[in-house]
Ligand binder design. Structure first.
Ligand SMILES: [Zn+2]
Length: 259
C-alpha cells in the first residue's frame, strides 16, 4: 500500500548530476513549485534502467518522488521534452551548462519560483534554435536577474534618482544599477558604460525575446554588454557564496554553544 503523503509528483529539469554508490546518481533538479531539489535516482546507471533516458542532463520530465529521511527519491520519470538539438551540438550544450549553473546558483531550494522554471525551459528551447547564442545568453541573464530579485536599474541614477542623460554613465554592481557621472565620481568599482551599450541593455531588459534577437550589434558594444553583465553576476555570486559561508559559521557556532 502506498502512503500518498509520502509521494509527490512534479515537473523538473535536471541541472546537475553526479554518480553515487554503485549504480545510483544524485540529481539537482529545478521545479516550478518546489524550486531547487536534490534527489536520489537509484539504479539509474544499470544498463537496463528504465529511468535513465528520462533523467539526462537538461531533460524536462515529469517525476514521481518518494520522500526519504535524508534524500527524496525518484521512483518514476517520463520525458516531456528532451531538447535533442542540444545533444547533437557541443557548442549549444555548453550554453545549456552555463544557464544550468546560473539557475543552480541563484535558484533557492524548496522555494517556489514558477517564472524562473518557465524561463529555464524556454531558454533551453532558445539554445536549441538560436542563431546568436551570445545574445540569447545576455537576454537570459537579464531575465534571470529580474526573477531572482536583482534586476539592475538602467533608467535612472540609483543614488540621486535623476534620469540618465545620453552621455557616458557608470554601472555599479554594489549599488545594483547605473550611476550618473556626478554620483560615480570617487565611487570605486563603477564602470563606464557607453550610450550604445546602455541602449542595448535597456532593450534586452524590456523587450520580448523575439524582438531582441533581431538586434545587430557592433562587436565593441556586444563585448561591453557581456562584460558588464558578467561583472555584475560575479559580484552577486560572490556575495551569495559569502552569505552561505556566514550561515554555516553561524550554524556551527550555535551548535557549539547549544550542543
Ligand atoms: Zn546621480
Amino acid at each position: 500500500m502506498v502512503d500518498r503523503s509520502r509521494v509527490y509528483s512534479t515537473e523538473a529539469v535536471v541541472l546537475r548530476h553526479s554518480d553515487f554508490g554503485e549504480a545510483d546518481r544524485l540529481l539537482t533538479v529545478y521545479t516550478p513549485e518546489l524550486g531547487k531539489l536534490r534527489l536520489l535516482a537509484k539504479g539509474i546507471r544499470k544498463p537496463r534502467s528504465r529511468k535513465a533516458g528520462h533523467l539526462e542532463l537538461f531533460t524536462r520530465s515529469q517525476l514521481l518522488v518518494a520522500r526519504g529521511r535524508n534524500l527524496d527519491m525518484v521512483t518514476q520519470a517520463q520525458t516531456i521534452e528532451a531538447y535533442r538539438a542540444l545533444r547533437l551540438d557541443l557548442w549549444r550544450m555548453s550554453h545549456a551548462y552555463y544557464i544550468g549553473e546560473l539557475v543552480d546558483n541563484f535558484g533557492e531550494e524548496q522555494a517556489e519560483n514558477a517564472p524562473l522554471y518557465l524561463l529555464l525551459s524556454q531558454a533551453l528551447d532558445w539554445i536549441c534554435a538560436s542563431t546568436d547564442l551570445p545574445l540569447t545568453m545576455r537576454f537570459f541573464e537579464l531575465s534571470l536577474l529580474k526573477l531572482v530579485g536583482y534586476q539592475p536599474q538602467l533608467f535612472q541614477c540609483v543614488r540621486c534618482l535623476a534620469p540618465l542623460l545620453p552621455v557616458v554613465n557608470f554601472f555599479s554592481a554594489e549599488d545594483g544599477g547605473m550611476l550618473c557621472p556626478a554620483c560615480a565620481e570617487g565611487r570605486g568599482g563603477a564602470r563606464a558604460i557607453s550610450v550604445g551599450a546602455l541602449k542595448v541593455l535597456r532593450y534586452l531588459q524590456t523587450r520580448p525575446y523575439a524582438d531582441c534577437m533581431l538586434l545587430k550589434l557592433q562587436p565593441a558594444t556586444r563585448l561591453e554588454v557581456e562584460q558588464v553583465l558578467q561583472a555584475y553576476l560575479v559580484y552577486l555570486l560572490e556575495r551569495r557564496l559569502k552569505s552561505v559561508e556566514f550561515m554555516r559559521l553561524v550554524r556551527n557556532g550555535a551548535q557549539a554553544l547549544y550542543p
